[in-house]
Write a protein that binds this ligand. Structure first.
Ligand SMILES: Cc1ncc(COP(=O)(O)O)c(C=O)c1O
Length: 395
C-alpha cells in the first residue's frame, strides 16, 4: 500500500488533506514524493517560521539529542531555564510554564485565571472569550472557542464561558456590568482561524482598562500570531498594552511540539507545586530547539524585515483586490499573516489551483484563503504567488 492508502486504512478520518505527500524541505521550499517543488505560504499553519532545514535549529537539536532528550521536571535542565529567561526578558512576563501544544497552553491559562480568582481577586470563575475565536480542541480550549462548528456534538462543554462579538467593547461591558462573576477575558489580538481578523487599537486598550479595573486576568492567545508573525516579537506589541497571561506554541521550537504560558508579576506566583504539571513540558530537546529559534528571530533586523516584507505582501494583495474587485471582498493583513476573502469563490478551490502552480496555502472559513509564509519569505516569492493568483482569478 502507498502512503495515501495506508493513511486511509489506519489513520482516523479527522483531516481533509490535499492530494500531496510531502517528503522534505529547504528554506521556503517543500518537495513532494515525486520531487515537485512548492513555495510555502502555509508554514505548517504558522509553525515553520524559519522555513525548513534551518541550520541553527538543526544543530541545536542534534547537539542536544546526543546529550539528553528527556528527564522529568523533578530535575533542573539548563535549556528550559535559559528559554524561560529569553521569553521573560523579551516580553512583559516575569515567569513561564512550559507544556506541549497550543490547546494545552490555553488549558493552563484557564486554570491559572480560575485559581487567581479563587485565591486573590475573590471573583467568580467565568471567562469571556470571543465569537469566531479558535483556542484548540481539548475541552477547556474547545469551550473557549467561539465557533459552533468545532463544538457541536461534544456537549456538555466546560461550564463558565460567555462569548462576545470581536471588536465590540459594548458586549463585553454589558456582560461584566455590575457583577463579579468573571475572572478573565481571553482573546486573540489577531484571530487566525477566525479569518485573520485584527483587533482595533481602541478595543484592546478598553479591554485592558476593564480587566485592570475589575482585577480580571487579560489573556492573549498568541499561539498563532506570536513570535514574529505580525512583524513584532509578540502581537500585543502592536497595541501598546500588556496582557497578564499570554499563550504561545506553534513556531516556538522550530517545528517541534511545545507550548508556553507567560505570566506577569501579578500572576507569577499563584500556581504552587502540585497545581499544574506536564510530563514532557519544557524538555531539554524542544527547549534547545526553541532557544535556537529565539536567537534567530531576535537577531538584529530580523523582525524589521518581517514587517517590511509583510507591508509588501499587503500592498500586492490590495492591488489584486483593486483589479479583481468583483471577486475579492476584503484583504486583511498584518506582518506575514494575510487573508484574502472572496465574495463567492471557495478558498479550497483557489488553494488547489495554487498547488497546481506550485504554492501551498491554507483556508480559514469557507471563502477566505490565508497566507502564512515562513518569515524568511522574500519579495520575489510574493511576486510569484501574486502573479499565480492573478492568472487564477483571470480565468
Ligand atoms: C490561536 C490558537 N490558539 C490555540 C490553538 C491550538 O493549538 P494546538 O493545535 O497546538 O493545540 C491554535 C491552533 O491553530 C490557534 O490558532
Amino acid at each position: 500500500m502507498n502512503t495515501k492508502e495506508l493513511t486511509a486504512k489506519y489513520i482516523m478520518n479527522t483531516y481533509s488533506r490535499f492530494d500531496i505527500e510531502l517528503t522534505n524541505g529547504s528554506g521556503i521550499e517543500l518537495f513532494d514524493e515525486k520531487g515537485k517543488s512548492y513555495i510555502d505560504f502555509a508554514s505548517g499553519i504558522a509553525v515553520n517560521n524559519l522555513g525548513y532545514n534551518n541550520e541553527a535549529v538543526n544543530n541545536a537539536i542534534i547537539n542536544q539529542l546526543k546529550k539528553l532528550i528527556h528527564v522529568s521536571n523533578y530535575f533542573y535542565t539548563e535549556p528550559q531555564a535559559l528559554l524561560a529567561q529569553k521569553l521573560a526578558e523579551n516580553s512583559f512576563a516575569s515567569k513561564v510554564f512550559f507544556c506541549n501544544s497550543g490547546a494545552e497552553s490555553i488549558e493552563g491559562a484557564i486554570k491559572l485565571a480560575r485559581i487567581y480568582a479563587k485565591k486573590i481577586s475573590k471573583r467568580g470563575y467565568k471567562i469571556i472569550s470571543m465569537n469566531n475565536s479558535f483556542h484548540g480542541r481539548t475541552f477547556g480550549a474547545l469551550t473557549a472557542t467561539g465557533q459552533d462548528k468545532y463544538r457541536k456534538g461534544f456537549e456538555p462543554l466546560l461550564p463558565g464561558f460567555d462569548y462576545a462579538a470581536y471588536n465590540n467593547i459594548k458586549e463585553i461591558e454589558s456582560l461584566i456590568d455590575g457583577n463579579d462573576d468573571y475572572c478573565a477575558i481571553l482573546i486573540e489580538p489577531v484571530q487566525g482561524e477566525g479569518g485573520v481578523n485584527i483587533a482595533s487599537q481602541n478595543y484592546i486598550k478598553k479591554i485592558r482598562e476593564i480587566t485592570e479595573k475589575n482585577n480580571m486576568m487579560l489573556i492573549f492567545d498568541e499561539v498563532q500570531v506570536g513570535l514574529g508573525r505580525t512583524g513584532k516579537l509578540f502581537a500585543y506589541m502592536n497595541f501598546d498594552v500588556e496582557p497578564d497571561i499570554m499563550t504561545l506554541a506553534k513556531p516556538l521550537a522550530g517545528g517541534l511540539p511545545i507550548g508556553a504560558i507567560l505570566v506577569s508579576e501579578k500572576a507569577a506566583n499563584v500556581f504552587e507545586p502540585g497545581n499544574h504539571a506536564s510530563t514532557f513540558g519544557g524538555g531539554p530537546l524542544v527547549c534547545s530547539a526553541a532557544n535556537a529559534f529565539m536567537d534567530e528571530i531576535l537577531k538584529k533586523g530580523f523582525l524589521e524585515n518581517v514587517a517590511e516584507t509583510g507591508s509588501y505582501l499587503k500592498e500586492r494583495l490590495i492591488k489584486l483586490k483593486e483589479k479583481f474587485s468583483d471577486k475579492i471582498k476584503e484583504i486583511r493583513s498584518i506582518g506575514l499573516i494575510s487573508a484574502i476573502e472572496f465574495y463567492d469563490m471557495k478558498a479550497k478551490d483557489i488553494a488547489i489551483k495554487l498547488i497546481e502552480k506550485g504554492f501551498l496555502t491554507t483556508m480559514v472559513q469557507e471563502k477566505t484563503l490565508r497566507l502564512t509564509p515562513p518569515l524568511i519569505i522574500g519579495k520575489k516569492e510574493i511576486d510569484l504567488i501574486c502573479s499565480a493568483l492573478d492568472e487564477i482569478l483571470s480565468h
